[in-house]
Design a protein around this ligand. Structure first.
Ligand SMILES: Cc1cc2nc3c(=O)[nH]c(=O)nc-3n(C[C@H](O)[C@H](O)[C@H](O)COP(=O)(O)OP(=O)(O)OC[C@H]3O[C@@H](n4cnc5c(N)ncnc54)[C@H](O)[C@@H]3O)c2cc1C
Length: 478
């Protein structure tokens, strides 16, 4: 009698999970193994292009890579993993009802969420930029500030509405500040009562450099460029308090401000601490095969693997290029554990990063070569087109970019995402646990997808993910 296929479960459809599941589905024969993807979203969000969504240069759907049709898995289950029982080899999944999903091999690729700190007012007044819903909300919110500033006759209110603060000058914060500042400048012609001098953009960071990930030379170039564009960049500075309509900086400045974007680092989601395995700076400690324990592997932002090329033996940084490659190494190692191929260690030298600064400006460091201006722009655009993992998404992104060359991006507020979806506190509850109907975008994602497989045992209990999400702080700089 033939043996039942092994159950391989991949948790998380970000870079690590997507590439792990896709490779597993390609290399494992169906009679040997069934691959199940369990993820809170039914798509892979290509986050490096989120700043362009916020700036209205890309439609959010362009960077949402559908799992159905692109992975080739046996099954895709949209749900939130709430717990893992390593002894009985089961994962507990909340997806409107509760499922207990057995596994023979498990891949944990749950990524990261925005890191919060104990700054008063942070969870009420700051917005994160890790999800498509947040990108879309920020776009609408910034446009709305222009509209409301144009409508008011009170100069104080106008000042507050036109002051935008970005906290964190890593690649996420710097790209977002640069692109949104350009968006607001370009939109001024639609608001005749506003002038360029009314707009006030600030970028603050406790560290002494902008874009430290790209090295001092490109950091200095970016600093000069953004200051020339009128951005107020304060290094060695952070936010000490946020109150309604007002923010206080560590240099003593008190600013009237209605928009605070918090991009000061990431941390693994609460499930990582909850499963009770060893962590380093909040990330699950894995060996060079990315193995966590028997039959379980972890990759991407959630996993801490020592970078053998780093002189200080630091962990690989939480970037897409590592997450993607780690996912593929895990696929090989899971397959090897099932008798297909041989296991391999993860070793990858950083290929460099890119940052799009809007207009014709970008900075890039491919293979250590510092580039600015047009060459950097071409490398940046080309890199994203190659990296986004589905032909239809590549074409749609390219089409939006082509249209942007001849037309100003459409400045419409769709209002599909509620404020609560972008506030930091809500990140711990993500799309699945938002109140039903809270947002059109969120409600599109809460549709539970039921597995046709009867081997999944089902107990009926409403998903109660909110309660599990107590705040957890671990530091992973972005
Ligand atoms: C704005 C922005 C710009 C960036 N730019 C770059 C760049 O230019 N270059 C670069 O290399 N990196 C960049 N990054 C970083 C990069 O996006 C991350 O390193 C990468 O996404 C990590 O991949 P991952 O698979 O580990 O996690 P993620 O992509 O975060 O995916 C995690 C997945 O797990 C799911 N999940 C989480 N918890 C659960 C659970 N309990 N149950 C079920 N599913 C769960 C999530 O829904 C998600 O699908 C950027 C990030 C941001 C936010």
């Amino acid at each position: 009698m033939s043996q039942a296929p092994a159950q391989v479960v991949v948790v998380g459809s970000g870079f690590a999970g997507f590439f792990a599941a896709r490779k597993l589905a390609r290399i494992l024969p169906r009679e040997l193994a069934e691959v199940t993807m369990v993820s809170a979203t039914d798509h892979m969000g290509y986050s490096p292009l989120l700043p362009e969504v916020a700036a209205g240069r890309l439609d959010p759907q362009r960077i949402a890579v559908p799992l159905h049709g692109s992975l080739g898995c046996s099954r895709i289950l949209q749900g939130r993993v709430e717990d893992v029982d390593f002894e009985s080899r089961k994962v507990r999944v909340a997806c409107g009802e509760e499922l207990s999903l057995p596994y023979d091999r498990l891949v944990l690729a749950t990524g990261s969420v925005t890191r919060e700190v104990a700054t008063p007012g942070l969870s009420e007044y700051a917005f994160g930029l890790k999800t498509l819903a947040e990108g879309q909300f920020i776009h609408d919110h910034v446009l709305q500030q222009l509209q409301l500033a144009d409508a008011t006759t009170d100069p104080e209110v106008r000042r507050a509405r036109l002051t935008f603060l970005v906290v964190g000058a890593g690649y996420t914060g710097t790209e977002t500040a640069a692109q949104l500042q350009r968006m607001t400048q370009k939109q001024l012609s639609s608001f005749p009562r506003l002038s360029a001098s009314d707009l006030r953009w600030l970028l603050v960071d406790l560290r002494p450099h902008v874009l430290p990930e790209l090295g001092p030379r490109l950091g200095r170039y970016t600093l000069r460029l953004l200051r020339r564009r009128g951005m107020d960049i304060r290094l060695g500075t952070t936010v000490t308090a946020m109150r309604p309509g007002e923010v206080k900086l560590s240099d003593g400045t008190v600013l009237p401000c209605r928009t605070i974007l918090w991009t000061a680092g990431v941390t693994p989601p609460p499930i990582v601490a909850q499963i009770g395995l060893p962590v380093r700076r909040g990330r699950l400690v894995v060996d060079e095969y990315l193995k966590l324990r028997d039959h379980v592997w972890a990759a991407g932002d959630s996993a801490a693997a020592i970078d053998p090329y780093d002189r200080d033996e630091m962990d690989y940084p939480p970037t897409a290029q590592h997450a993607q490659r780690q996912g593929m190494v895990i696929a090989r190692n899971v397959a090897a554990s099932l008798g297909v191929g041989t296991p391999t260690t993860y070793r990858h030298r950083d290929l460099g990063l890119v940052a799009d600064l809007g207009g014709m400006r970008a900075v890039a460091r491919p293979f250590g070569l510092p580039l600015t201006g047009l060459p950097a722009k071409v490398v940046t655009k080309g890199y994203h087109l190659v990296a986004i993992p589905y032909w239809a998404n590549k074409l749609r992104v390219a089409a939006d970019w082509l249209v942007n060359l001849v037309s100003r991006p459409t400045a419409t507020q769709l209002g599909l995402v509620q404020k609560s979806a972008a506030q930091l506190r809500s990140e711990y509850s993500d799309e699945l646990s938002r109140p039903a109907g809270a947002t059109a975008m969120a409600s599109a994602q809460i549709r539970p997808s039921r597995s046709p497989d009867t081997s999944i045992s089902t107990t009926t209990r409403q998903a109660s993910t909110q309660s599990q999400h107590s705040t957890q702080h671990a530091d992973v700089d972005e």
